[in-house]
Write a protein that binds this ligand. Structure first.
Ligand SMILES: [Zn+2]
Length: 97
């Protein structure tokens, strides 16, 4: 498995290498920081992009709705998105045994 990915910046047509770090996003009126996230960064224009399938958008939406300003990204813990920390979603019906 390759460790590092790269894509091409659509604006600059230069390589964007994947790095890991903190990225700040503005969602509505809130700034939400995703820490420890793998992202592509263009050194020319400063653009940031993500690998597909990371669920960054879902994470941001969830963080915004729940009022978090900092999210620590854990690629091995993406399942948390489907498992509210209460263990039970308010909108769920009966659980199947
Ligand atoms: Zn660029």
């Amino acid at each position: 498995m390759k460790r590092y990915f790269k894509i091409t910046c659509k604006a600059c047509n230069v390589d964007m290498w994947e790095v890991t770090g903190a990225v700040k996003h503005k969602i509505g009126t809130e700034n939400i920081l995703i820490s420890n996230a793998p992202f592509f960064f263009c050194e020319t224009c400063g653009d940031v992009a993500y690998r597909k399938g990371l669920g960054i958008t879902d994470i941001l939406v969830k963080a915004y709705r729940e009022g978090y300003n900092v999210v620590i990204f854990d690629e091995e813990d993406l399942a948390f998105l489907n498992n509210p920390k209460s263990g039970r979603s308010e909108t769920e019906g009966d659980e199947k045994a």
